[in-house]
Design a protein around this ligand. Structure first.
Ligand code: FES
Ligand SMILES: [Fe+2]
Length: 392
């Protein structure tokens, strides 16, 4: 059976060293298809535990482009997730962060929902012809890895523990959960979200693009692990940067990605993550937060932030150049370095696998519908009801 295609892109497994064609990063059709294939199918980082510290606290977020709300249940203290969309006419219920003591109330017509998502209040209830007991908020799966909250729209996706691989145990070993937030940054970048994820997994550009902390890592010490939904490298810190009295063998940095869009960077003294949210085929929003270990990380906080801002500005400049270059008519697919860009190859393979699976499922659903003519065309047509036009 031939591999599925999207906008002329063959979704067969990539040959070693080969990359996706430029259209994968420019095509509006690909960007639309990623909703069903990528964002609606796996675990996506949405917020942090510090965003919802107490009972009733909520934070609005997105999974891909779907609005969701993460809420800490007032009674159980559990995290809950729902689509951030009212069941009446779809209005977004909340924005930003806040606390709701009893209920989430829609700002449009005032429908209200309990912390468990049940619909509990409907103005002019006698005018709504629907079984309101079935019209609670749509739940989404929620889980945490250390200080990070993930959500998943697909009930059939693997558990978060499987999706995030060894991330939780590495966070626990470092003691990340007790580290305070040090700083946060947001960027809007004119590039496809995948290009920025790839840049963050690219060890090839560093001597060309960056001019700070070039010698932070000890050459030749990187060990890369590819997991089903992530890829990470551990490399030793240059002994010159290891404080006296600390074991250089334990001074390592872990970097990589959790598919699709989270880039956690863990050192003995800080956890900094980059999350790359899709906005348009050629636009992304970059969310960055850094936590640091109080005794050893906090004194370096300002230095780390300055270094991060400088290197990120340099990264944004080259990623934007790639986005513009990929528009060149007739440009064939590129290649990646075997080791220095190994995680890019794995990222693109994870993308191809997810896209192919989604398109194959869509094709078989369409074929099954075609074998049952008539059913797809079923529609309930009701005679005009003059009561519907009455004013309340
Ligand atoms: S859209 Fe929410 S109450 Fe109408
Ligand atoms: Fe970089």
């Amino acid at each position: 059976m031939p591999a599925p295609q999207i906008d002329g892109i063959d979704l067969a497994p990539l040959a070693p060293g080969r990359l996706l064609p430029p259209r994968a990063f420019t095509s509006p059709a690909v960007f639309e298809a990623e909703d069903a294939a990528i964002w609606n199918r796996g675990w996506v980082h949405v917020a942090d535990v510090i965003d919802v510290p107490g009972p009733g606290d909520y934070v609005a977020a997105t999974v891909g482009r779907s609005p969701v709300v993460i809420l800490r249940d007032r009674d159980s203290g559990q995290l809950r997730g729902f689509l951030n969309a009212c069941r009446h006419r779809g209005a977004q219920l909340v924005e930003g962060r806040g606390r709701c003591e009893k209920q989430l109330q829609c700002p449009y017509h005032g429908w209200s929902y309990g912390h468990d998502g049940r619909l509990i209040g409907v103005p002019f209830r006698d005018q709504i012809e629907a079984d309101l007991s079935t019209m609670g908020l749509i739940p989404v799966r929620v889980g945490t890895v250390g200080p990070l909250i993930f959500a998943c729209l697909d009930p059939l996706a693997p558990p978060l523990e499987a999706w995030s691989g060894e991330l939780a145990s590495h966070f626990a070993a470092a003691g990340v959960e007790s580290w305070p937030l040090a700083w946060e940054l947001t960027y809007d970048v004119d590039a496809n979200w995948k290009l920025f994820v790839e840049n963050a997994n690219d060890g090839y550009h560093i001597p060309v693009v960056h001019d700070v902390l070039l010698d932070l890592l000890q050459p030749g010490t990187g060990v890369t692990t590819l997991e089903p939904h992530s890829a990470y490298t551990y490399a030793n810190i240059n002994p010159a940067y290891v404080p006296p009295g600390e074991d250089p063998a334990l001074a390592r940095i872990r970097f990589g990605c959790v598919f699709p869009n989270l880039i956690p960077v863990l050192s003995p003294v800080d956890l900094t993550y980059l999350r790359v949210d899709p906005v348009a085929p050629d636009k992304l929003r970059l969310i960055v937060r850094s936590y640091d270990e109080p005794a050893r990380g906090a004194p370096l906080r300002e230095l780390r932030r300055q270094a991060f801002e400088r290197t990120t500005d340099q990264d944004i400049a080259v990623v934007r150049k790639v986005q513009r270059g990929l528009r060149a008519a007739g440009l064939p697919a590129g290649v990646h370095a075997r080791e220095l860009e190994a995680r890019i190859g794995h990222f693109e393979q994870m993308w191809v696998t997810a896209m192919a699976r989604s398109l194959a499922a869509e094709a078989s659903a369409t074929a099954a519908a075609a074998e049952r003519p008539g059913q797809a065309a079923l529609a309930v047509v009701r005679p005009f009801d003059s009561a519907m036009n009455r004013s309340p």
